[in-house]
Ligand binder design. Sequence first.
Ligand SMILES: C[S@@+](CC[C@H](N)C(=O)[O-])C[C@H]1O[C@@H](n2cnc3c(N)ncnc32)[C@H](O)[C@@H]1O
Length: 165
Amino acid sequence: MAEKKIEFRSIGIIHTPYKESAPNQPIEDAEGSFSIVVAPVFQEGLYLLEKFRYIYVIYHIDRLARRVNMVVKPPWAGGVQVGLFASRSPLRPNPIGLSIVRLKKIEENVIYTSGLDVFDGTPLLDIKPYIKDLDSKMDADYGWIEDLDNRDHLILHIKGIPHEY
Ligand SMILES: C[S@@+](CC[C@H](N)C(=O)[O-])C[C@H]1O[C@@H](n2cnc3c(N)ncnc32)[C@H](O)[C@@H]1O
């Protein structure tokens, strides 16, 4: 099958306190300032976004040096191997990241959010509102994470929630 090449352009820049390492997933009450600077040419597209409590942030995971493998070991899963597409690994054939965060406020072309899990300067690809009912599935499950012995403890690691061991 021929691979079709698709080109995207970045529509803004994400700012976080993380220069070298970032959490595995967004931490809602992470310390520091988190903001998304949308290119002024797209500012009008933010109209009424502030009405939503949560947004999807879609970005280019741009600083990856390692090669992509189809089988991965999530760092928090105690050595369990899973297929790449059954994971949230940042090392993917198309390095696209997705984070759901709380929208705090918008000032002109800057969106202030709760904690994001990306390096400072990560290029923004898109923003979408997270909509009640449409975006939450009441029967969602934990997939293969369900089978792990210490599931509840591992979930604290995924979410970056501090806890006693
Ligand atoms: C496990 S990924 C999850 C990303 C997103 N929440 C998702 O599920 O698609 C988060 C990790 O990506 C890495 N990361 C974040 N921003 C990056 C960037 N701009 N370039 C390379 N790696 C990045 C960090 O190591 C961070 O811990």
